[in-house]
Write a protein of this length. Sequence first.
Length: 112
Amino acid sequence: MNHDDVGALDPVIHPINRLRICAALHSAGAREGDGPDREMKFAVLRGLVELSDATLSKQLGALESAGYLHRHREYGSSRAKDTVWISLTAKGVAAFQHHLAALRDIAGQPEY
């Protein structure tokens, strides 16, 4: 990748809140592809990225539309007791890693 390849940045992941969401899910292991799939609760993710429910839901929708994450609802005895589970898909993991590589390249930092 050369420094003129700014197009390598993923426009879906690039907005800071989406980048933070992907980073939180990835670092916590809430992703497909490396062993048993794991998920993160919406409330835990909300606390990590410090977004409102509405903002987080909107950003998750954009990532989900791109096929970068999966979420599903586990129904409780009432809507207030439902749990939403979220994980990066294999496509989302690859896109996040590619985006990080592009950022490192732009910054002139080697990959680790």
